[in-house]
Design a binder for this molecule. Sequence first.
Ligand code: ZN
Ligand code: ZN
Length: 171
Amino acid sequence: MDALIVSEVELPRDFALMASRYFDGLIRFTVVNADLSGLWRSYLDPRRGQVRADLLLSVIGHALRAQHPGFGRYVAVVNADGYVPGLNFVFGVAEGDYALVFTARLLGELLVTRILKEVIHEVGHTLGLGHCENPSCVMHFSNTLMDTDRKGPGFCPRCMVKVRRALIHPH
Ligand SMILES: [Zn+2]
Ligand SMILES: [Zn+2]
């Protein structure tokens, strides 16, 4: 499967290859750098200073698919903070073929690694994987940045079985 990552943060050249490796090469990632603020600015809640993630997700997904047809998955890495009703913030969201990762809470020396983990986590959701109890698995739920820094970027053996099943025998 081919997957496209459109990132507002400039990512290193080997990012796509690193991401592919954690999917055993079953997903080939392409990374492009682009300003997405034209798409997310209207979903910014001015009082919260946060973007409404669930509403933006399908809009941005459809827009990316229209601009870059032919990919099986679309991931947007957005330079903002996201939330959904009922949660103070989200690191990312995913539904259908689309995923969204927010960088505002990932800033620091580990930014690129954190983005990598969140991208892999959200793409894992698009493959049908749920959250994993193993705190070192990339599918472990991150409540805090500490959780993100402790886990992944790799899948635990049980989640890897699910990844392979989703990608080798897709329905
Ligand atoms: Zn999750
Ligand atoms: Zn796992």
